[in-house]
Design a protein around this ligand. Structure first.
Ligand code: FAD
Length: 392
């Protein structure tokens, strides 16, 4: 983002994150990844920098960043180390949902802890039987006294082992002749009946815990219901996921920028046929395509963030940004591996990891095909179509 558009405070925040990434993070990644060691010291520094409070308003101790600056910070963090971006990604979506829809009591109770990192947030939507088709979830909040008893099985929960507070999508028991309705609940992990049952071994992001969480008749008081209104779960979630999609898109741009830098550096050092490989036109063309793809991914991400910041819903452009940026990041990471030749397949080289990780951005916050569905659905209306210049 253009530095001239930032306030002094925003410039200071972005500068501090860039310095943290360059001076403290970059040199540690390979050792931590290879040792499988959770980066506790870096997480503590992230807390001190306020990075768990990116989406928490200042009144509750957060940085309260506007969306364009939030996206810029996510890009810088992911450019340094994608794992650190993953620690604050869905955490920030949870914080955004509470800031936007929570009651005064819910904000007081959770936001200061989420801002400081004392509370870690997780998003619990996916179930073993339903991911894309969230309307088919079976997790149910039954009336129980003045509150609810929540029974649900939530899977692939990012940061679920570390989480202290979970934003959980659940249905209400069907009432005859009524459509099922859904709500979001704030569930503390320490509640009786909550257990982590499986830790998944993934293709990438080894140091980000991804787990299955069982909730067995978890007793919830009425103030666990987000915003204290029943049946608003989907509209609340869809709006909050716009922030989640922008965060994924920005993370993908950060990953892609790192992959391009690594490829460019390697191409300037590696010699083949008597010259460094960046003197071969085939490699130059590949790097040129990577740079072009990166700029297009960054521009659409910034545009989505700008639209979100200007108010209102931005389903279509945030879905476009998440889809486009993650597809481009995957293509750029793959091209970076190609530029590295055999070295690109060796774990000591950053691009090997980036290639594995880029795949996740095409899956999380809705697969890219589900994002295509979101875009196609919006194309039937006129609002966003007109804005994007897509009407005749
Ligand atoms: C590492 C990791 C971390 C995750 N973190 C979280 C998290 O923190 N919280 C959370 O709730 N979830 C999380 N998820 C889950 C993720 O959001 C889902 O995996 C994703 O939404 C897809 O759901 P699914 O796996 O059930 O696939 P499915 O829904 O079974 O889809 C399988 C395939 O069918 C396609 N498909 C399905 N329906 C349609 C359709 N109508 N039209 C066209 N194609 C369709 C999909 O695009 C996909 O290609 C995570 C997943 C992973 C791998």
């Amino acid at each position: 983002m253009n530095l001239a558009d930032l306030t002094e405070d925003e410039q200071a925040i972005l500068g501090a994150v860039s310095r943290f990434v360059e001076e403290r993070v970059r040199g540690e990644i390979l050792r931590l990844e290879q040792a499988g060691e959770y980066p506790q010291a870096l997480v503590d520094e992230m807390k001190a920098l306020g990075l768990f409070g990116l989406a928490v308003p200042e009144a509750f101790g957060g940085l309260g960043l506007r969306t364009t600056v939030f996206a810029a910070v996510m890009e810088v963090l992911a450019r340094g180390w994608t794992t650190l971006a993953a620690y604050v990604n869905s955490h920030s979506t949870v914080a955004h949902a509470i800031s936007t829809y929570g009651t005064a009591e819910q904000k007081d109770r959770f936001l200061p802890g989420l801002a400081s990192g004392e509370h870690r947030g997780s998003l619990c939507l996916t179930e073993p039987g339903a991911g894309s088709d969230l309307q088919s979830i079976r997790g149910t909040a039954r009336p129980d006294g003045d509150g609810y008893a929540l029974t649900a099985s939530k899977t692939y929960v990012t940061n679920g082992a570390k989480a202290t507070v979970m934003l959980v999508l659940a249905r209400h028991p069907s009432v005859a002749d009524q459509k099922p309705h859904f709500s979001l609940f704030l569930v503390e992990k320490a509640s009786p009946g909550v257990s982590v049952t499986t830790t998944f071994h993934k293709t990438g992001f080894d140091l980000v815990d991804t787990v299955q969480i069982e909730m067995d008749a978890v007793r919830l008081s009425p103030d666990a219901l987000l915003g204290a209104v029943e049946g608003k779960g989907f509209p609340q979630l869809m709006e909050a996921l716009e922030i989640g999609r922008i965060a994924i898109a920005a993370s993908a741009v950060g990953l892609a920028a790192n992959a391009l830098s690594e490829a460019k550096r390697y191409a300037a050092e590696r010699v083949a046929f008597g010259v460094t490989i960046d003197r071969h036109q085939g490699v130059q063309f590949r790097l040129a395509d990577m740079a072009t793809r990166l700029v297009s991914a960054r521009l659409i991400t910034r545009e989505a963030a700008r639209v979100k910041e200007s108010g209102g819903r931005c389903d279509m452009i945030s879905a476009m940004a998440k889809m486009q940026a993650s597809d481009e990041a995957l293509a750029i990471a793959h091209a970076a591996v190609v530029v590295h030749g055999g070295a690109g397949y060796i774990r000591d080289y950053t691009v090997e990891r980036l290639h594995r990780e880029a795949l996740l951005y095409t899956i999380g916050e809705g697969t890219n095909d589900i994002n295509r569905l979101v875009i196609a659905r919006r194309m039937k209306g006129e609002g966003e179509m007109a804005y994007l210049g897509l009407l005749p």
